[in-house]
Design a protein around this ligand. Structure first.
Ligand SMILES: Nc1ncnc2c1ncn2[C@@H]1O[C@H](COP(=O)(O)OP(=O)(O)OP(=O)(O)O)[C@@H](O)[C@H]1O
Ligand SMILES: [Mg+2]
Length: 244
Protein backbone atom coordinates (compact mmCIF):
# COMPACT_ATOMS: atom_id res chain seq x y z
CA UNK A 1 0.00 0.00 0.00
CA UNK A 2 1.30 3.49 -0.78
CA UNK A 3 2.03 5.40 2.43
CA UNK A 4 -0.25 8.39 3.02
CA UNK A 5 1.28 11.59 1.71
CA UNK A 6 1.02 14.56 4.03
CA UNK A 7 2.07 17.65 2.10
CA UNK A 8 2.58 19.54 5.35
CA UNK A 9 5.50 17.32 6.38
CA UNK A 10 7.75 18.69 3.63
CA UNK A 11 6.68 22.25 4.41
CA UNK A 12 7.34 21.80 8.11
CA UNK A 13 10.79 20.32 7.61
CA UNK A 14 11.59 23.19 5.22
CA UNK A 15 10.55 25.70 7.91
CA UNK A 16 12.60 23.89 10.54
CA UNK A 17 15.69 23.87 8.34
CA UNK A 18 15.74 27.67 8.66
CA UNK A 19 15.55 27.52 12.45
CA UNK A 20 18.66 27.00 14.56
CA UNK A 21 16.97 25.38 17.55
CA UNK A 22 13.55 24.91 19.08
CA UNK A 23 13.11 25.52 22.80
CA UNK A 24 9.89 23.98 24.09
CA UNK A 25 8.42 24.96 27.45
CA UNK A 26 6.45 22.09 28.93
CA UNK A 27 5.21 20.71 32.23
CA UNK A 28 2.77 18.13 33.39
CA UNK A 29 1.30 20.73 35.70
CA UNK A 30 -0.72 23.84 34.89
CA UNK A 31 -0.06 27.35 36.14
CA UNK A 32 3.62 26.82 36.92
CA UNK A 33 4.91 29.63 34.70
CA UNK A 34 5.54 27.99 31.30
CA UNK A 35 4.08 30.90 29.33
CA UNK A 36 5.73 33.53 31.51
CA UNK A 37 9.12 31.84 31.19
CA UNK A 38 8.78 31.11 27.48
CA UNK A 39 7.79 34.70 26.62
CA UNK A 40 10.51 36.12 28.89
CA UNK A 41 13.13 33.76 27.49
CA UNK A 42 12.20 34.76 23.95
CA UNK A 43 12.44 38.40 24.92
CA UNK A 44 15.89 37.92 26.49
CA UNK A 45 17.14 35.86 23.55
CA UNK A 46 16.00 38.50 21.07
CA UNK A 47 18.71 40.91 22.21
CA UNK A 48 21.26 38.40 20.89
CA UNK A 49 19.63 36.94 17.79
CA UNK A 50 16.43 36.45 15.81
CA UNK A 51 13.67 34.80 17.81
CA UNK A 52 10.15 33.60 17.18
CA UNK A 53 7.49 32.40 19.58
CA UNK A 54 4.87 29.84 18.64
CA UNK A 55 1.98 29.61 21.07
CA UNK A 56 0.58 26.08 20.86
CA UNK A 57 -1.57 26.30 23.97
CA UNK A 58 -4.63 25.54 21.87
CA UNK A 59 -7.24 25.98 24.59
CA UNK A 60 -5.64 28.66 26.71
CA UNK A 61 -3.23 30.91 24.81
CA UNK A 62 -1.45 33.43 27.04
CA UNK A 63 1.34 34.58 24.73
CA UNK A 64 -0.47 37.62 23.21
CA UNK A 65 -1.23 38.98 26.70
CA UNK A 66 2.35 38.39 27.81
CA UNK A 67 3.52 40.51 24.88
CA UNK A 68 0.98 43.17 25.80
CA UNK A 69 -1.21 42.80 22.72
CA UNK A 70 -4.86 41.89 22.23
CA UNK A 71 -4.07 39.49 19.41
CA UNK A 72 -1.11 38.60 17.18
CA UNK A 73 -1.23 39.79 13.61
CA UNK A 74 0.46 38.49 10.49
CA UNK A 75 1.05 39.40 6.89
CA UNK A 76 0.08 37.05 4.08
CA UNK A 77 2.84 36.25 1.63
CA UNK A 78 3.30 33.66 -1.10
CA UNK A 79 5.52 31.72 1.31
CA UNK A 80 3.01 31.67 4.15
CA UNK A 81 1.84 33.84 7.03
CA UNK A 82 4.58 36.12 8.29
CA UNK A 83 4.07 36.83 12.00
CA UNK A 84 4.33 40.47 13.05
CA UNK A 85 7.15 41.46 15.37
CA UNK A 86 6.10 42.47 18.85
CA UNK A 87 8.93 44.46 20.37
CA UNK A 88 11.82 42.33 19.13
CA UNK A 89 10.12 38.94 18.77
CA UNK A 90 8.13 37.35 15.92
CA UNK A 91 4.98 36.13 17.65
CA UNK A 92 2.44 33.62 16.36
CA UNK A 93 -0.40 32.25 18.45
CA UNK A 94 -3.39 29.99 17.99
CA UNK A 95 -5.29 33.09 19.07
CA UNK A 96 -4.51 34.66 15.67
CA UNK A 97 -7.07 32.21 14.31
CA UNK A 98 -9.67 32.01 17.06
CA UNK A 99 -9.47 35.71 18.01
CA UNK A 100 -10.51 35.65 21.63
CA UNK A 101 -12.87 32.69 21.24
CA UNK A 102 -12.35 29.20 22.65
CA UNK A 103 -11.21 26.38 20.38
CA UNK A 104 -13.55 23.38 20.55
CA UNK A 105 -11.19 20.66 19.34
CA UNK A 106 -10.16 17.22 20.47
CA UNK A 107 -8.10 14.26 19.37
CA UNK A 108 -6.79 14.24 15.82
CA UNK A 109 -8.18 17.74 15.19
CA UNK A 110 -5.68 19.12 17.69
CA UNK A 111 -2.66 17.52 16.05
CA UNK A 112 -3.97 18.70 12.68
CA UNK A 113 -4.30 22.26 13.95
CA UNK A 114 -0.74 22.24 15.28
CA UNK A 115 0.66 20.90 12.03
CA UNK A 116 -1.35 23.45 10.05
CA UNK A 117 0.04 26.26 12.16
CA UNK A 118 3.64 25.14 11.81
CA UNK A 119 3.24 24.52 8.07
CA UNK A 120 1.52 27.81 7.32
CA UNK A 121 3.70 30.09 9.46
CA UNK A 122 6.70 31.57 7.74
CA UNK A 123 8.97 32.73 10.54
CA UNK A 124 11.87 32.85 8.10
CA UNK A 125 15.39 32.27 9.38
CA UNK A 126 15.51 32.25 13.18
CA UNK A 127 18.22 31.50 15.69
CA UNK A 128 15.63 30.18 18.13
CA UNK A 129 11.97 29.27 18.00
CA UNK A 130 10.41 29.24 21.46
CA UNK A 131 7.28 27.08 21.76
CA UNK A 132 4.78 27.47 24.57
CA UNK A 133 2.81 24.32 25.36
CA UNK A 134 -0.19 23.68 27.57
CA UNK A 135 0.17 21.45 30.64
CA UNK A 136 -0.20 17.70 30.42
CA UNK A 137 0.93 14.75 28.36
CA UNK A 138 -1.85 14.65 25.81
CA UNK A 139 -2.23 15.75 22.20
CA UNK A 140 -0.25 18.98 22.24
CA UNK A 141 2.73 17.57 24.15
CA UNK A 142 2.97 14.40 22.07
CA UNK A 143 2.41 16.16 18.76
CA UNK A 144 5.08 18.73 19.62
CA UNK A 145 7.56 15.97 20.51
CA UNK A 146 6.93 14.39 17.11
CA UNK A 147 6.83 17.60 15.08
CA UNK A 148 10.08 19.03 16.45
CA UNK A 149 11.92 15.73 16.86
CA UNK A 150 15.65 16.11 16.36
CA UNK A 151 15.57 19.91 16.81
CA UNK A 152 14.09 20.20 20.27
CA UNK A 153 15.38 21.21 23.67
CA UNK A 154 12.57 20.84 26.18
CA UNK A 155 12.56 23.01 29.28
CA UNK A 156 10.35 21.45 31.95
CA UNK A 157 8.93 23.95 34.40
CA UNK A 158 7.77 22.96 37.85
CA UNK A 159 6.95 24.75 41.02
CA UNK A 160 9.25 23.68 43.85
CA UNK A 161 6.55 21.63 45.57
CA UNK A 162 5.98 17.89 45.53
CA UNK A 163 2.42 18.46 44.30
CA UNK A 164 3.71 20.16 41.18
CA UNK A 165 6.81 18.00 40.74
CA UNK A 166 4.98 14.68 41.04
CA UNK A 167 2.91 15.69 38.02
CA UNK A 168 5.72 17.30 36.02
CA UNK A 169 7.89 14.22 36.60
CA UNK A 170 5.35 12.15 34.66
CA UNK A 171 5.75 14.36 31.58
CA UNK A 172 9.51 14.34 31.98
CA UNK A 173 9.46 10.53 32.21
CA UNK A 174 7.67 10.33 28.86
CA UNK A 175 10.22 12.63 27.22
CA UNK A 176 13.06 10.55 28.67
CA UNK A 177 11.46 7.33 27.45
CA UNK A 178 10.94 8.82 24.00
CA UNK A 179 14.60 9.94 23.94
CA UNK A 180 13.52 13.53 23.25
CA UNK A 181 16.00 16.38 23.56
CA UNK A 182 15.68 17.64 27.12
CA UNK A 183 17.32 20.94 28.08
CA UNK A 184 16.46 20.45 31.76
CA UNK A 185 14.20 21.49 34.59
CA UNK A 186 13.55 24.97 35.98
CA UNK A 187 12.04 25.33 39.42
CA UNK A 188 9.85 28.43 39.35
CA UNK A 189 8.13 30.47 42.07
CA UNK A 190 10.01 29.46 45.20
CA UNK A 191 13.12 28.08 46.82
CA UNK A 192 14.59 25.00 45.13
CA UNK A 193 13.55 21.62 46.45
CA UNK A 194 16.32 19.05 47.07
CA UNK A 195 14.03 16.17 46.08
CA UNK A 196 13.71 17.60 42.57
CA UNK A 197 17.48 17.64 42.22
CA UNK A 198 17.73 14.07 43.54
CA UNK A 199 15.06 12.79 41.14
CA UNK A 200 16.55 14.62 38.17
CA UNK A 201 19.98 13.27 38.85
CA UNK A 202 18.53 9.74 38.98
CA UNK A 203 16.84 10.38 35.62
CA UNK A 204 20.01 11.90 34.14
CA UNK A 205 18.30 15.24 33.54
CA UNK A 206 19.96 18.55 34.46
CA UNK A 207 18.31 21.01 36.84
CA UNK A 208 18.90 24.33 35.14
CA UNK A 209 18.21 26.48 38.16
CA UNK A 210 15.48 28.13 40.13
CA UNK A 211 13.58 31.39 40.09
CA UNK A 212 11.94 32.87 43.16
CA UNK A 213 8.43 34.16 43.58
CA UNK A 214 8.08 37.73 42.30
CA UNK A 215 4.52 38.86 42.91
CA UNK A 216 5.10 42.13 41.05
CA UNK A 217 5.34 40.47 37.61
CA UNK A 218 1.68 39.52 37.47
CA UNK A 219 -0.17 40.94 34.46
CA UNK A 220 2.85 42.87 33.20
CA UNK A 221 3.96 42.28 29.62
CA UNK A 222 7.49 40.94 29.32
CA UNK A 223 8.83 44.18 27.83
CA UNK A 224 7.93 45.85 31.12
CA UNK A 225 9.86 43.27 33.12
CA UNK A 226 13.16 44.52 31.72
CA UNK A 227 15.67 45.01 34.51
CA UNK A 228 13.38 43.36 37.09
CA UNK A 229 14.70 40.89 39.67
CA UNK A 230 12.63 38.19 37.92
CA UNK A 231 14.35 38.83 34.56
CA UNK A 232 17.77 38.92 36.21
CA UNK A 233 17.17 35.54 37.83
CA UNK A 234 15.88 34.04 34.59
CA UNK A 235 18.86 35.45 32.69
CA UNK A 236 21.25 33.89 35.21
CA UNK A 237 19.55 30.52 34.89
CA UNK A 238 19.61 30.61 31.08
CA UNK A 239 23.22 31.77 30.95
CA UNK A 240 24.37 29.11 33.41
CA UNK A 241 22.59 26.52 31.25
CA UNK A 242 24.21 27.96 28.09
CA UNK A 243 20.75 28.56 26.64
CA UNK A 244 21.30 32.32 26.30
N1 LIG B 1 8.46 33.57 39.23
C1 LIG B 1 7.20 33.99 39.38
N2 LIG B 1 6.84 34.75 40.45
C2 LIG B 1 5.56 35.15 40.62
N3 LIG B 1 4.56 34.86 39.79
C3 LIG B 1 4.86 34.11 38.71
C4 LIG B 1 6.18 33.63 38.44
N4 LIG B 1 6.15 32.91 37.31
C5 LIG B 1 4.86 32.93 36.87
N5 LIG B 1 4.10 33.65 37.71
C6 LIG B 1 2.65 33.89 37.64
O1 LIG B 1 1.98 32.63 37.72
C7 LIG B 1 0.79 32.65 36.94
C8 LIG B 1 0.80 31.46 35.98
O2 LIG B 1 1.82 31.68 35.04
P1 LIG B 1 1.71 31.15 33.55
O3 LIG B 1 0.41 31.49 32.93
O4 LIG B 1 2.96 31.58 32.86
O5 LIG B 1 1.76 29.57 33.84
P2 LIG B 1 1.54 28.39 32.80
O6 LIG B 1 2.34 27.24 33.31
O7 LIG B 1 1.82 28.85 31.43
O8 LIG B 1 0.00 28.10 32.96
P3 LIG B 1 -0.89 27.13 32.01
O9 LIG B 1 -0.53 25.74 32.45
O10 LIG B 1 -2.29 27.49 32.32
O11 LIG B 1 -0.49 27.40 30.59
C9 LIG B 1 0.74 34.01 36.25
O12 LIG B 1 -0.11 34.86 36.97
C10 LIG B 1 2.19 34.50 36.32
O13 LIG B 1 2.28 35.92 36.36
MG1 LIG C 1 0.63 28.80 29.73
Amino acid sequence: MTPALDLRDGLISGRLEEIGRVLLFASGKGGVGKSTLSASTAYLLSSRGSVGVLDLDLHGPSIPALFGIASCSFRESREGLVPAKVDTVHVMSIDSFVRGRGLPARGVRKAETMKDMMAITNFGPLDTLVVDLPPGTGDEFLTALEMFRGREGIVFVTQPSMLSWNVTKRALGIAVAMKSGIAGVIQNMGRPLRQIERDCSKMGVPVLGSIGYHGSISDRPVSRLRGSAFMRELKNVLEAASLL
